[in-house]
Design a protein around this ligand. Structure first.
Ligand code: PBG
Length: 332
């Protein structure tokens, strides 16, 4: 297959930029990037997130519109919205309120941008519950636990409220068993058969979410998320999670985080090549790049391109990344 030894010269394919571009296997397409946006109730101007330099919590006003316009002009079309409410309670009522921060945000963006942008809404409870868990908590004799099936009823309400506001895609990230089915049934029953579900199917209990939890004030007050998010020691379990989500009706699946989980992205893509696969280049991955760049220890732009390229090369079809806007600027 590789022919005569003396004439094999792989370096011919690396001779100059034009040849390297010609034979490159992986190309970053800006249309396949998703830019995360944090929106916060009760503020008038954007707040920079300390642990995520260059990322902001936006108020629902012209500052947000300008930011989205700016992204749009650089070629970004896809956004995922995370809400930061002004009130929290045990069941996260603000997450499914028609007047919730995310619902108002989606209505506003839809009004201004129509169908020119794709709006994805993160669907979870942790920013909205006073205890910070992604589901409803109950006490048993053995202590606190997150009640799976009661949480599903709330997820169903959140999904319908987000669809009603105008979301194109809802993205459940709470890792409750059966969440995709519960959401699909609720959306269909409410007449939103055309709203897609992008499921955080393979979401690990990761320390790489640290900066996000600071950004969105969503760290659990007691315990951790290891009874619902996956154990980082497991690879093949990802296949089970994906299979279940597909049976339940997920349109797009996701692996999260991305960088320390490139093997999982590859594994899932190889077993389910027919399904669109997203990967989430999470907050901690972003913050590490920013921190090292600030110290002058790395070439930030080159590292950012290399990281996102690697995630696509591993098998992701869609990459959610805080670098999206900067990347679009650099690649434009
Ligand atoms: C909510 C949610 C989290 C992230 C996305 N959705 C946090 C968590 O599970 O604690 C993390 C994103 C990031 O770190 O960039 N469940």
């Amino acid at each position: 297959m590789i022919g005569e030894y003396p004439i094999v010269r792989p370096r011919r394919l690396r001779k100059n930029q034009l040849i390297r571009d010609l034979v490159a296997e992986t190309i970053i397409d800006i249309k396949k990037l998703v830019m995360p946006i944090f929106v916060k109730d009760g503020i008038a101007s954007p707040e920079e997130i300390e642990s995520m330099p260059g990322q902001y919590r936006f108020p629902l006003n012209e500052h947000l519109i300008k930011f989205v316009e700016d992204c749009y002009s650089k070629g970004i079309r896809n956004f995922i919205i995370f809400g930061i409410p002004s009130k929290k309670d045990p069941i996260g009522s603000e997450a499914f309120s028609q007047d919730g921060i995310v619902q108002r945000c989606v209505r506003m963006l839809r009004e201004v941008f129509g169908d020119k942008i794709l709006i994805i809404t993160d669907l979870c409870l942790c920013q909205y519950t006073d205890h910070g868990h992604c589901g409803i908590i109950r006490m048993s004799r053995r202590g606190m636990y997150v009640d799976n099936d009661d949480t599903l009823k709330i997820y169903a309400k959140i999904a319908v409220s987000q669809a009603e506001a105008g979301a194109d895609i809802v993205a459940p990230s709470g890792m409750m068993d059966g969440q995709v089915r519960a959401i699909r049934e609720a959306l269909d029953a409410a007449g939103y058969e055309d709203v897609l579900i992008m499921s955080y199917s393979v979401k690990y209990a990761s320390s790489f979410y640290g900066p996000f939890r600071e950004a969105a004030y969503s760290a659990p007050k007691i315990g951790d998320r290891r009874t619902y998010q996956m154990d980082p020691r497991n690879a093949y379990e990802a296949l089970k999670e994906v299979e279940l989500d597909l049976r339940e009706g997920a349109d797009i699946i996701m692996v999260k985080p991305a960088l320390a989980y490139l093997d999982i992205i590859r594994l899932v893509k190889e077993y389910f090549p027919q399904v669109p696969l997203a990967a989430y280049n999470v907050s901690g991955e972003y913050s590490m790049v920013k921190a090292a760049a600030k110290l002058g220890w790395i070439d930030e732009k080159a590292i950012m391109i290399e990281i996102v390229t690697a995630i696509f090369r591993a098998g992701a079809d869609i990459v959610i990344t805080y670098h999206a806007k900067e990347l679009a600027e650099v690649l434009q």
